[in-house]
Design a protein around this ligand. Structure first.
Ligand code: 0A1
Ligand code: ZN
Length: 864
């Protein structure tokens, strides 16, 4: 960051949603001629530009980190261009011109991994959100859509494969050992969707016949030795293509679809038109190196990026404030796809768990923002759980309100109306209103108000088979939004009989759209028990004082699997919160409810595995006014031990009954592994020595990473000698596999042992640790920062460690550094002593000279 005359940091400019202005110039065509070299890449860009309307403003082209070597207008070199900051300003008279610029960039020195960079032996790009300006001068904003023709030249031996967006049109060899390839993308696209890859890659190929009978050539490009690990991703791609045709009527539109896996990547993957680029962790899988969770995530991310072809590429965003238009909708689409591939109930449980773990805390802290934010310093900081996951919940609520047929009509209308354009969130909601015949005026508050709404629900039984349900909503204040309006909360609910567990009513969808609402129920044959927010129909926190016996009843009888899971979680939460507040609690009701679930032969193992899980330490903390991480850890460990001891024969039976001969990736086999590994952990809680022996035997004997990592996790949390042995065996076996080494780091960073903070500090000096690779940084530092007890170590060493790593990483890769910082902003949630240490670390970060605006924005907002 620049320092001004007084030596105080000059604040970077804020971008505001309200200040949106349409582009002054259109760029219908762009030709790029890129001569690749890691040290010196020459980029010539030819833009056809058209004045958008009658104004006299010059052409302004964004740039970052380079200077123009030449600028020509209609073939004539000019010298009246100027730089305003990094923006190239070209004065122009007429209404249509051809502009050419030339720059030289150095991909091998690009440690930010934005723009054109080197990863392994590859050269690749990442342009979302504002990386294209690091490659060439261009109006780098999503509402300027151009047709791209790209010519790539490179050394043929080093970079035999040359890929870009669209379809290949020509290629050839040059005399000096170099070669070239030309690609053309007929679909106008914004610059953030540009991509290029060059390298020594091999392809796993397949083809897909679209619903109208067109052949699409599919290829997943990886290093030759990784080819055997690409089958699962390729299967997922084909399934996703068929699903989008069947469910949304969306057909693929180019002759080719390419995916490339790279090892150094700031996010999960990127939906560049026709050329998706992936973090290799979301492509590569085989049973020996990837867990079931990895397999699921790969299918989900492959589908997500593919679905962006329509929700993102064909219809893109007008400006970055509309990010949730493509991301919320696409997450909703990938969640629905995954639900259709396996157990929908388990998928919903997992998605809600992610929402509660990542989004609820964000919405309750200093970084809270609406799914359509109002301002930012650095847009990269807004690729958040709120934009993505809460954004998906908002789409889901509209789908619930409209019903499946009207929702499909509305998405058809949206795709038809906005195809080839850059749209807004309001455009999307307009389509929902029109096709659904509903008024969503008040519903739109979900786009502008931050914070997780709270619903207080009380059900009072009355004489004569009557009951009155009282609902009250409250949206908490968030930064910049002290007062909130009542929102539209679609709540699915049903009543069950307290004696028999039988349903007393049908399921109802109640739209709570006022501060309070009363609903009467008549003709009830028994005392009713309330099942509310079934299938998690609204992303809210429900407070409903229900007795342990009523929760146990729902956990045994509710016909909505999510509600059943939820009742079990609530029962455990109530037990744990009581234990933290009073120092101890009666575990009997929780034990009996878990016993009932374990003994219910009608339930699928995958569901049981979820339902009997203890709530996480951070979720327990979210229920408390002041978080005491030690007390939470103790309360949770005590309940885990009691459940282990009281139900030991059932855990052992679950462990034995769910064993498999060999690895298979099917929903049923996955469910068995899940339950078996949950059982293993409870056995270890009841009998640490015997459990460690069992875990070590599983670790050594298994044929797959799911069971191996689960066993390692159980061992890594204990004190047995087998822990060191297993960690060494694991390290030696996988020392040449970066993705598995990440697991080795993160398993230790997530350990429940007392000495985790110290261990993590030591691991940061391990020869295999590097901040330069985002996956490795997240595996150690990111995992550690969510390990509540270790991170909140009373000495403050956890906070210091995180701040040190953020400061060091910021010099290399500001985006990834900024994404590691948020746990330091949770200081309002802990005691004064810890809060002071956290604030001191945030202040140390803010005072660091040369800080990026990414980290500066996150740290200053976190201090508020
Ligand atoms: N649009 C991508 C997410 C993404 C965003 C930024 C990136 O680089 C800085 C990379 C990917 C998605 O939703 O998958
Ligand atoms: Zn996305």
């Amino acid at each position: 960051m620049m320092l001004d005359a007084q030596n105080t940091p000059a604040l970077p400019a804020v971008t505001r949603r309200e200040a949106y202005q349409p582009p002054d110039w259109h760029v219908p065509e762009l030709a790029l001629d890129i001569d690749l070299d890691p040290a010196e890449t020459r980029v010539r860009a030819t833009l056809s530009v058209i004045r958008a309307d009658a104004h006299d403003r010059p052409l302004r082209l964004d740039g970052a980190g380079q200077v123009p070597l030449s600028v020509t207008v209609d073939g004539v070199a000019i010298n009246d261009w100027r730089l305003e900051g990094e923006t190239l300003v070209v004065p122009l008279d007429g209404s249509a011109h051809t502009i050419e610029t030339e720059v030289v960039i150095a991909p091998e020195r690009n440690t930010q991994l934005m723009g054109l960079y080197a990863s392994g032996g590859l050269l690749c790009t990442q342009c979302e959100a504002e990386g294209f300006r690091r490659i060439t001068y261009f109006p780098d904003r999503p509402d300027v859509l151009a047709r791209y023709t790209v010519r790539i030249t490179a050394d043929k031996a080093r970079y035999p494969v040359l890929l870009a967006n669209g379809d290949p049109i020509a290629s050839g060899d040059l005399e000096d050992g170099r070669h070239w390839a030309e690609w053309h993308d007929p679909f106008p696209k914004p610059s953030y969707l540009f991509a290029l890859v060059a390298g020594d890659l091999a392809a796993n190929r397949a083809s897909f016949t679209t619903i109208s009978g067109r052949e699409v050539a599919l290829a997943i490009w990886v290093r030759e030795r990784d080819l055997p690990k690409t089958g699962h991703a390729l299967d997922a791609l084909q399934a996703a293509m068929a699903w989008d045709e069947a469910v949304y009527g969306r057909e693929y539109d180019l002759g080719m679809f390419n995916i490339v896996a790279v090892d150094d990547f700031n996010f999960g993957a990127m939906e560049n038109k026709g050329l998706n680029i992936f973090n290799s962790r979301y492509i590569l899988a085989d049973p020996d190196t990837a867990t079931d969770q990895d397999y699921d995530a790969i299918a989900g991310v492959v589908a997500h990026e593919y679905f962006h072809n329509w929700s993102g590429d064909r219809v893109t965003c007008r400006d970055w404030f509309q990010l949730s238009l493509k991301e919320g909708f696409t997450v909703y689409r990938d969640q629905s796809f995954s639900a259709d591939q396996g157990s929908a109930a388990v998928k919903r449980i997992e998605d809600v768990r992610v929402l509660r773990a990542a989004q609820f805390p964000e919405d309750a802290g200093p970084l809270a923002h609406p799914i359509r934010p109002d301002s930012y310093l650095e847009i990269a900081n807004f690729y958040t759980a709120t934009i993505y996951n809460k954004g998906a919940e908002v789409i889901r609520m509209m789908a619930t309100i409209l019903g499946p047929e009207a929702f499909r009509a509305a998405t058809d209308l949206y795709f038809d109306r906005f195809d080839g354009t850059a749209a807004t969130c309001d455009d999307f909601v307009d389509c929902m209103e029109e096709a659904g015949g509903v008024d969503l005026t008040q519903f739109r508050l979900w786009y502008s108000q931050a914070g997780t709404p709270r619903v207080v629900a009380g059900l009072a039984g009355q004489p004569g088979g009557r009951a009155m349900l009282t609902l009250a909503q409250h949206v908490p204040a968030t930064p910049g939004q002290p007062a909130k309006q009542a929102m539209v909360l679609p709540l699915k609910l049903r009543l069950f009989g307290a004696d028999t567990g039988r349903p007393l009513t049908d399921e109802r969808l109640v739209l709570l759209d006022s501060p309070t609402k009363e609903i009467a129920f008549d003709g009830l044959a028994e005392r009713p028990v309330l099942s509310i927010n079934r299938s998690f129909s609204a992303p809210v926190i429900v407070e409903s004082a229900r007795a342990a016996a009523d929760l146990a009843l729902l956990s045994a009888h509710d016909d909505d699997p999510f509600a059943r899971y939820e009742a079990m979680q609530q029962l455990m939460l109530d037990t744990l919160v009581a234990a933290v507040t009073h120092g101890r609690a009666d575990h009997a009701a929780a034990v009996e409810a878990v016993r009932h679930i374990l003994e219910d032969a009608t339930l699928e193992p995958a569901f049981i595995g979820e339902a009997v899980l203890l709530p996480s330490e951070s979720f327990i903390g979210d229920q408390l006014a002041v978080v005491d991480p030690e007390a939470i850890f103790r309360a949770r460990a005590a309940l885990r031990r009691d459940l282990g001891i009281a139900l030991e024969p059932l855990w052992r039976a679950a462990y034995a009954d769910n064993a498999a001969g060999h690895y298979e990736y099917t929903p049923a086999a996955k469910g068995c592994r899940r339950l078996r590994n949950v059982a293993l952990d409870y056995i270890a809680a009841a009998d640490p020595q015997g459990g460690a022996a069992l875990a070590f035997a599983q670790f050594e004997g298994t044929d797959n990473m799911t069971d191996r990592q689960a066993a390692l996790t159980t061992l890594a949390g204990g004190t047995s000698d087998a822990r060191i042995a297993a960690l060494d065996i694991f390290y030696n076996r996988y020392s040449d596999n970066a993705l598995v080494l990440d697991k080795w780091f993160s398993t230790q960073a997530l350990s429940t042992r007392d000495d985790t903070a110290q261990m993590v500090e030591e691991l940061a000096h391990h020869p295999d640790f590097t901040l330069a690779n985002p996956n490795r940084a997240r595996a150690l530092v990111g995992a550690f920062a969510v390990n509540q007890r270790a991170f909140h170590h009373p000495s403050g060493r956890g906070y210091r460690f995180l701040a040190d790593q953020v400061i060091a990483l910021d010099k290399l890769n500001p985006q990834t550094a900024a994404r590691l910082l948020p746990p330091l902003g949770r200081w309002r949630r802990v005691d004064e002593h810890r809060a002071q240490s956290m604030r001191a670390e945030l202040e140390r970060i803010v005072a660091t000279p040369g800080l990026s605006k990414d980290v500066l924005e996150q740290a200053t907002r976190s201090l508020d």
